[in-house]
Design a protein around this ligand. Structure first.
Ligand SMILES: C[S@@+](CC[C@H](N)C(=O)[O-])C[C@H]1O[C@@H](n2cnc3c(N)ncnc32)[C@H](O)[C@@H]1O
Length: 209
């Protein structure tokens, strides 16, 4: 176990990513190809910035990445990658959507590695995580383009199956993944949903969503 974790931490250091979590997204990308060249990507809970850096490399110079976190990220994008806009904001606040829209009105891909501060109380932690996850879906409803893709980290609690069922009504394909680089003892899993059945963001905006 420890050996595997050491492997990913050391690899992140060597490949100059600020967090080992980058390999969770890269594994998902290798399997599902959720990111394509030229895509626009919204990364919720982006600090310290590994997912955004990786996404920027995959989508390339014609793409764009907007990373949002309570903490200000400051990573410099790699040469040949997409530009990255780091936004310091609380995703629970309506103002966050306004700030993101000033940079980009809609996105092809929304990814979220959001994690609440854990309290040690499993039930409370799962509830808090679910509140963040539900919010990412609200954000998707207004900022994700029709047929867009969505990846979200979830700490499994009793409401988890209901959440996944709800997603199946909004996306053409939904899968639950536990990447190899995710610690075995962690209750985190990643929901990968592709083919958003959405209202065009402009329409959502005019409906006041
Ligand atoms: C596991 S870290 C993300 C790591 C990141 N994916 C990477 O690869 O560098 C989870 C992040 O979620 C952020 N977060 C938690 N609640 C948030 C909120 N309400 N609004 C914005 N960010 C939040 C935390 O500040 C934390 O940086």
């Amino acid at each position: 176990m420890r050996k595997i974790n050491d492997y990913y931490s050391q690899r992140a250091k060597k490949e100059k990513y600020p967090a080992r979590s980058v390999y969770k997204l890269s594994e998902i990308q290798e399997k599902f190809k959720i990111l394509g060249k030229g895509d626009s990507v919204l990364d919720l809970g982006c600090f310290p910035g590994s997912w955004s850096l990786y996404a920027a490399e995959v989508v390339g110079p014609k793409g764009i990445v907007v990373g949002v976190d309570l903490q200000q990220a400051e990573q410099i994008p790699r040469p040949g990658g997409a530009p990255i806009h780091w936004l310091c904001a609380d995703i629970m606040e309506p103002e966050m959507i306004v700030q993101v829209r000033r940079i980009r009105p809609a996105f092809r891909v929304l990814v979220s590695d959001l994690a609440p501060r854990t309290t040690g109380n499993r039930w409370a932690d799962a509830q808090q995580s679910l509140a963040l996850v539900r919010r990412t879906l609200e954000v998707a409803e207004v900022l994700l383009l029709n047929r867009g893709n969505y990846v979200c980290k979830v700490f499994q609690g009793e409401d988890f199956p209901e959440f996944v069922e709800g997603l199946k009504e909004r996306f053409a394909m939904v899968k639950v993944q536990k990447p190899k680089s995710s610690r075995v003892e962690s209750r985190e899993v990643f929901v990968v949903a592709m083919g958003f059945i959405g209202v065009a963001p402009e329409a959502a905006s005019s409906r006041g969503l």
